[in-house]
Design a protein around this ligand. Sequence first.
Ligand code: MG
Length: 338
Amino acid sequence: MQRDKEIITLSHGSGGVLTDSLIENLFFKYLKNELLIQKNDATVLPLLNGKFSITTDSFVVDPIFFPGGDIGKLAVCGTVNDLAASGARPLYLTAGFILEEGLPVSQLEKIVSSMANTALEAGVRIIAGDTKVVEKGKADKVFINTTGLGLLLQDDYPAGERARPGDRVLISGSIGDHGLAVLTRRANFGFSSNFASDCSILSGLAAEIVNRCRGIRVMRDPTRGGLATTLQEIARQSRVEIIVEENQIPIKEEVRSVCELLGLDPLYLASEGKMLVITSPEESAHLLNIMRKHKLGKEAVVIGEVVSGKGKKVYLRTKSSGTRILHPMESEMVPRIC
Ligand code: MG
């Protein structure tokens, strides 16, 4: 294929010769494995033993390339990290692509190659896929859906409804990096920066946590809606209240200052490489130790505590010792962030 000039056409999604060539020369070039090449209507998996978790997510990020990642890396990290947060070792992914007519094949190749590298790093294989092409203007360059299957590492797995009063809330590092990185690359944004997304594979860190600590109640990656939204989801699911300390929440200076400039709240800005963990009070010092030993948890801190209360509210104790409620977001602050 002459990738530098070639563009995606409706025929690439027709199921004919061009679809075949796209599969053989591009998708298989990067993603080939013995399960993917079965080429049947469905992939037959080897015998698996244990309890599984499954998750699916669609990625529509704009722009498709940003400092620290691209839509391909994000589509693998997002689904792998959701499996990891459920206490599973990610095994397999499927990938569905919706391409806009006119997309340069070279851009698709960059994205697929990035998916392959990220999948390799995560130890997952992409074992089934699909490609559709829509007319110019009916989609925006490329959308990707990934579904992931993971094997639970422990019988006692973390879940959103398990937070109890007295539990401690920990975060693995600074929040809002991904949201800011994507936002400041938007063409219509006014200024651009090279601030990088934190987009990364969290399954290694999560495995350390669930295998080496007892009493892990909840794990969740604060993606869309940010830390505040993730905490509200947990408070509702567990029927508790949560108090977090503003001066303990790690936020990079750049994120803080751009948010101030734009009137955005960093607590609602997406991260794509951070894990929020809730654990019993007895286990929290040990957990902090385990997290800080991992390269993606070096800046882990305790940011708050679960308390009883029927309001299912999340409170922020501010630097000036006041308290404010972190309300659920009413409208999407930053659309198409993932
Ligand atoms: Mg998640």
